[in-house]
Design a protein around this ligand. Structure first.
Ligand SMILES: [Zn+2]
Length: 178
């Protein structure tokens, strides 16, 4: 098994139990630990919440929504909103890394931090850089290649300059050495 296959295997285990119909109409709310099994045992997640990990995850509301896009932490009460389309069709490794990223935002919200601070561009915002550091650390632990990590990091709303700045802040090589 290659490193990436092993990573996929480990991640898919966390997604195995989907307790409701992803095609159902309307938004559905679930508790994080009912939907995503085993995240409380993931080192990166424990790194975020420490001894509060199980307590936070077992109280965290997840809204499965028809909203387009990926996922985000709602700035009004700190619950997690995930696009149903993304859950259904997104790359599982991307979803997994996004969850780690968003859980870091959940922690920041609980600490009273401003998640969408307009004084910063997205790629310069300290809350984003911290969240990316957690998920990239996890990506490396899983054995993902730098190329795959670059792919993950470079989202469609970043131009090349944005991406370079973010990559530098989170210690991802901008281009392959070859
Ligand atoms: Zn973020």
């Amino acid at each position: 098994m290659t490193a990436i296959e092993f990573a996929m295997f480990r991640i898919l285990r966390l997604f195995r139990k989907l307790p409701f119909n992803l095609l159902g109409v309307g938004n559905q709310k679930v508790i994080f630990t009912e939907f995503f099994k085993g995240f409380e045992k993931v080192g990166a997640v424990k790194g975020i919440f420490g001894e509060k990990t199980e307590e936070v995850l077992s109280h965290l509301t997840v809204e499965i929504s028809w909203v387009m896009g990926y996922m985000y932490v709602d700035g009004s009460d700190g619950h997690l909103v995930i696009s149903k389309g993304y859950l259904n069709n997104g790359d599982k490794i991307d979803i997994y890394l996004d969850l780690i990223h968003e859980l870091c935002h959940v922690k920041q919200f609980r600490e009273g931090k401003e998640l969408f601070d307009p004084r910063y561009d997205y790629v310069d915002r300290p809350t984003e850089i911290e969240a990316y550091r957690y998920c990239i650390q996890e990506a490396r632990r899983l054995g993902l290649s730098e190329e795959r990590i670059r792919c993950y990091l470079w989202t469609e709303w970043m131009d090349e300059d944005d991406f370079k700045r973010l990559a530098k802040s989170v210690n991802v090589q901008f281009a392959s050495a070859s």
